[in-house]
Design a binder for this molecule. Structure first.
Ligand SMILES: Cc1cc2nc3c(=O)[nH]c(=O)nc-3n(C[C@H](O)[C@H](O)[C@H](O)COP(=O)(O)O)c2cc1C
Length: 373
């Protein structure tokens, strides 16, 4: 049965946005010994950012790691690396990951304000709250309880907003204090957008109070819809608006069969020790939350081969299947799709050429002229 335009929730909404994970840590986005034509070095990443903006991507998301727990042996720092990518591009926005603890808000506010001036307001931040206890131990940072980490992240975000928007900023928090502080220069308009990652209750509650964007791990459109409804309902009570980004690992091939063969090979060649070590860390981090769950509570071994559950979003198949699935996410309330790939440069280009145009056709309410497999 065909739907009329008014019955199709995606018609009339803003086009869904696309972001990719910056591979600024070694080992790519899957914990597998499959061949990955992806490099974590800066030359590869500069070219990737240029390909991405030419291919219709809106954002790139960098990662912050201080030590590795699952491969990812080498890691470039996220804020300086993000600036290198901004300097190599003209339109792409780059989201720099920031971890409260190692960063305090005054340094982050100043760094990001300067990058904002250098790049015509194209820098954003992703405030991550931490899941890897061993990393905190290695760098001598106190490991806070799950919900305390989010309480600190919330103060961090409130401090960033205050410093960026007010003169004589005064703040009395449990973690941070400011006394008549005036940052000069402040960021140019528009102010840097604030993203956050995490799906636990504490993460959602924080998003519904202070974040511009809520990033969550991969999942089915139905499961994502539950999170969206929860966050939007809480945000409405707080008089706040928050947009939603979902992680997915995309495998787009000419046939669904080819794409499934690639997924099977990624999992068959997974590094079991590294996946299990990662599973141990993240499950423990989530169990320490009051509700005893977290981002990875229901993740299987196969899911965790992509460390943010990207296979669960199932953007695996032909461009048409993937485009239709993206519309299902949009119908569920998703505003942005965050993508990982096996061979970043070539697959970002393929995605921009073959998938994004189909998404735009569907968003315009036009049936696809492409034959299904
Ligand atoms: C899209 C996304 C990106 C993230 N990036 C990072 C990162 O760069 N570094 C990091 O340590 N944690 C990162 N995280 C982890 C989260 O900040 C958070 O610690 C984790 O998801 C645990 O969340 P929970 O509260 O749901 O248990 C990311 C999470 C998501 C969803």
């Amino acid at each position: 049965m065909s739907q009329t335009d008014s019955e199709r929730p995606e018609v009339g909404r803003e086009p869904v946005k696309f972001a990719y994970w910056v591979p600024n840590v070694s080992g790519g986005l899957v914990i597998s010994n499959i061949e990955q034509r992806t490099s974590w070095d800066v030359d590869y990443n500069r070219k990737l950012a240029q390909i991405a903006e030419q291919s219709g991507f809106d954002y790139a998301l960098s990662q912050i790691r201080f030590t590795a727990g699952y491969g990812a042996e080498f890691q470039h720092e996220s804020v300086s690396f993000s600036h290198a990518l901004l300097a190599a591009t003209e339109r792409l926005k780059v989201i720099a990951a920031i971890l409260p603890g190692p960063w305090n808000p005054v340094l982050a506010a100043k760094q990001i304000a300067t990058i904002n001036h250098l790049t015509n307001s194209r820098v954003a931040v992703n405030i991550v709250s931490g899941w890897f206890r061993g990393e905190f131990a290695a760098i001598g940072e106190p490991w806070l309880d799950h919900d305390e980490r989010y309480r600190r992240s919330e103060e961090f975000i409130r401090a960033l907003r205050g410093i960026w928007s007010q003169d004589d900023f005064t703040f009395r928090g449990d973690f941070y204090r400011f006394n008549n502080y005036s940052l000069k220069p402040k960021p140019l308009d528009p102010q840097p957008e604030i993203f956050q990652g995490g799906s636990s209750r504490a993460a959602r509650d924080m998003a519904a109070r202070v974040s511009d964007w809520y990033f969550t791990n991969g999942n089915t459109p139905d499961e994502i819809k539950k999170q969206v409804d929860d966050i939007h309902a809480k945000a409405a009570i707080n008089g706040h608006k928050v947009k939603i980004g979902v992680n997915a690992f995309a495998i787009a091939r000419q046939t669904e069969g080819e794409a499934r063969v690639v997924l099977d090979e990624i999992i068959a060649k997974a590094n079991p020790e590294a996946v299990n070590a990662f599973a141990h860390e993240v499950k423990n981090a989530g169990k320490a939350s009051p509700e005893g769950q977290g981002n990875w509570a229901k993740s299987s071994f196969e899911d965790l081969v992509q460390y943010n559950d990207g296979f669960r979003s199932n953007l695996i198949g032909t461009p048409q299947q993937i485009a239709e699935r993206i519309i299902r996410f949009k119908d569920a309330g998703v505003d942005l799709i965050l993508l990982g790939f096996l061979h970043f440069q070539e697959e970002v280009e393929f995605f921009g050429k073959h998938v994004i145009p189909l998404v735009r056709e569907l968003e315009a309410g036009r049936p696809l002229a492409v034959a299904a497999e």
